[in-house]
Design a protein around this ligand. Structure first.
Ligand SMILES: [Zn+2]
Length: 309
């Protein structure tokens, strides 16, 4: 059956759903690049952040519209992307986006994607999936694990044939328990095939991957959520996953996101890590902020303001 072009595939015809991935960031001996899967207005801001009152929204609207993190319709503009961290020894992919052929009937921008942008994005970095040594999922939500697997001949198989996939023990246990109660397509399609292929390595939430690359436990959004701290000889960066979703949430770090498993803990993790990032002027490599998605923090009132790189 023929299907019409999907709205999220507009990039293929020239609109901006798949903007070209921004350039490499050299931290000094460690380079951070990314593959952008999509960027578009997607969730009503006040539904996404249940604590975002009319008053707070009025406060943040001018800056959010100006920086492009809020659409005039009231929807948040979110990117979905992978970060590729290249050390002298390893090529590491952090988070693997939504992926193709996933069923999200209530979320058209993610539903049954047939994108070429992801493979194309890797190729633009001079990489094939076989070149990836390590995959880290900051947590096991669908938009962070999708390209762990690819549909081939009706089966989900690992996309990165030579990669070790690091799963944080608390996170994997949580979602295996959820899946045992109510089957989850995300777990079945994007996690279990990696375990079955023998490519999974279950690690602690403070696991060190390589010199200057380690996980930092940031529970709350999910129990085993981690950010990835990357320290080069010149500067440090954090690949933040869903520690923070939008610059809107920087100004008001107490705003929790609809899906947070433990909202109070998510606020505590966010404040702890953002304070550290601001103090050390770490480069935040965010998953969902609109492009360029990377920047630093300035202190502002109760929170922070975003200084895109
Ligand atoms: Zn996410």
């Amino acid at each position: 059956m023929d299907t019409p072009p999907h709205p999220a595939d507009r990039g293929a015809t020239g609109a901006d759903a798949h903007p070209a991935s921004p350039g490499a960031i050299d931290l000094g001996g460690v380079v951070v690049e990314r593959v952008v899967e999509q960027q578009l207005p997607i969730f009503d801001a006040q539904s996404f952040f249940p604590g975002l009152t009319d008053e707070v929204l009025d406060d943040v609207r001018p800056a959010a519209l100006a920086e492009g993190s809020l659409d005039p319709s009231g929807e948040l503009v979110l990117a979905v992307q992978s970060y590729v961290v290249r050390t002298p020894r390893l090529t590491v992919v952090v988070d693997t986006c939504v992926g193709n052929h996933r069923s999200y009937p209530h979320l058209p921008p993610w539903d049954r994607l047939q994108l070429t942008s992801y493979a194309g994005g890797l190729a633009r970095l001079g990489l094939t999936p076989a070149d990836v040594d390590v995959v880290v999922n900051t947590h096991l939500h669908g938009d962070h694990v999708g390209w762990n697997t690819t549909l081939a001949g009706g089966r989900w198989v690992p996309t990165f044939p030579n990669a070790r996939h690091l799963f944080v023990a608390d996170e994997l246990a949580h979602w295996q328990a959820v899946h045992a109660g109510t089957p989850s397509a995300v777990v079945a399609d994007s996690v279990l095939p990696v375990l079955a292929a023998g490519q999974a390595e279950v690690v602690a939430a403070d696991h060190q991957l390589d010199d200057g690359v380690r996980l930092v436990h940031t529970p709350g959004h999910t129990p085993g959520h981690v950010v990835v701290r990357v320290d080069g000889t010149d500067r440090g960066a954090l690949v933040t996953g869903d520690l923070v979703h939008s610059p809107v949430q920087l100004r008001h770090p107490d705003l929790t996101m609809l899906m947070d498993v433990d909202p109070a803990q998510s606020v505590a993790s966010r404040r702890r890590v953002l304070n550290e990032a601001q103090r050390e002027q770490l480069l935040l490599c965010t998953g969902h902020f609109p492009l360029p998605s990377v920047g630093t923090l300035d202190a502002h009132a109760e929170g922070f303001v975003w200084a895109p790189a």
